[in-house]
Design a protein around this ligand. Structure first.
Ligand SMILES: Cc1cc2nc3c(=O)[nH]c(=O)nc-3n(C[C@H](O)[C@H](O)[C@H](O)COP(=O)(O)OP(=O)(O)OC[C@H]3O[C@@H](n4cnc5c(N)ncnc54)[C@H](O)[C@@H]3O)c2cc1C
Length: 338
């Protein structure tokens, strides 16, 4: 089988690696000149947090998300398995109880253990939830790692048009569309959920794991990266306008990170950015045939968490004609009709 994947975001690249490892002749065509230039995946936090995400996501997200950590550890050595720490300021401690009621696989910990896990948060919080089996990665380094595994099979600067898709299919190639929000013309029920984020740099602080701070209006997470970098995120706005980051969002994120530890006040603001998460109405991903092209889309806030499971399923659909009712809402006959 020969497969062409459109889009070098996390969906396209994980799928390509999965297919290549199963012996498929695979290529990835990406319209940007370089990795990440127009991919939502470039803006992600990189949290692999199936249990924390149960707070607001369907059980399917935790079930499929469990595959992610092993997959990333195997494919990207920079994957860090140090868990997640979930905190609330004293006045918001009810939020911690609500989070605990909706999630699973955590330990309730107090001041001493918080200080042991994250010395830079010592004496600042009385209680926390610690999810020891979760992980995180630097999305930009992880995507680059997948590209170097795939080598010349990834080609940049090719904007795939409908006529190119027809040509590829005429040449006997199966086409998999992983273009995120750009697939809206073909997938009418896809919508954008914008996320604004900030990258800070400070060497006087260090975290070993993502830290989430609960708040009814201004929830925050901080994901540590190498060399003193921290990704601070993220807003969730029903919008598909990627370019604009509002003063209000920046103020809220920076206020919340300063409240986490005022030493962040000395950090350098390295980047203010945003990405638009491709999402279906139920915020769950889908594998869907449309006009003879297989679409893999709708990763919402779970691209890094769910792409490995969906890549495995996509490979099984293509190579074994498998069916996955929980993520395939199309009749398989669609494929034959096309
Ligand atoms: C602020 C923020 C934080 C996030 N944090 C996390 C997190 O911690 N953990 C997690 O799991 N997820 C997170 N996410 C979600 C995750 O980033 C998305 O689910 C994921 O990026 C979607 O990936 P994708 O490959 O479907 O789309 P994209 O990354 O957008 O990739 C699509 C690619 O297709 C290319 N393309 C489009 N049209 C064409 C064409 N015609 N021809 C060729 N190429 C084309 C684009 O240029 C792009 O490179 C976060 C998202 C945001 C915005």
């Amino acid at each position: 089988m020969k497969v062409t994947i459109i889009g070098a975001g996390v969906a396209g690249l994980t799928c390509a690696v999965e297919l290549a490892e199963r012996g498929v002749d695979v290529e990835v065509l990406e319209r940007s000149a370089g990795l990440g230039e127009s991919a939502c995946s470039w803006q992600a936090g990189g949290m692999l947090a199936p249990w924390c995400e149960r707070e607001s996501a369907e059980p399917l997200v935790a079930r499929l998300g469990q595959e992610a950590i092993g997959w990333w550890v195997d494919k990207f050595p920079g994957t860090v398995r140090n868990g997640t720490l979930v905190l609330a300021h004293g006045r918001d401690v009810a939020e911690l109880n609500e989070f605990a009621a909706r999630t699973d696989r955590f330990e309730r910990i107090g001041r001493e253990r918080i200080a042991e896990l994250e010395p830079d948060l010592a004496e600042r919080f009385n209680e926390a939830l610690y999810f020891p089996t979760e992980a995180h990665l630097d999305p930009r380094a992880a995507l680059a790692g997948l590209v170097s595994r795939l080598g010349a099979r990834v080609r940049f600067g090719i904007d795939v048009t409908p006529s190119l898709i027809r040509e590829l299919r005429a040449m006997g190639r199966t086409v998999v569309n992983c273009t995120g929000l750009a697939a809206r013309d073909e997938l009418a029920d896809l919508r954008g959920v914008k996320g604004e984020m900030i990258v800070l740099r400070i060497h006087e602080l260090s975290f070993k794991r993502p830290v989430r701070v609960l708040h009814a209006r201004l929830p925050l997470y901080v994901v540590p990266r190498a060399d003193g970098f921290f990704m601070v995120g993220a807003t969730m706005l029903e919008s598909d306008d990627p370019g604009r980051v509002s003063v209000r969002s920046v103020l809220e994120l920076l206020t919340a990170v300063y409240a986490l530890n005022p030493i962040f006040g000395e950090a350098e603001v390295v980047e203010i950015g945003s990405g638009v998460r491709p999402a279906f109405l139920d915020n769950l991903p889908r594998i869907r045939w449309r006009d003879g092209v297989l679409h893999l889309n709708g990763f919402f806030r779970h691209g890094f968490l769910l792409a490995p499971a969906l890549a495995r399923m996509t490979a099984d659909v293509l190579l074994q004609d498998a069916r996955f009712p929980e993520v395939m809402d199309e009749d398989h006959r669609e494929r034959r009709r096309a």
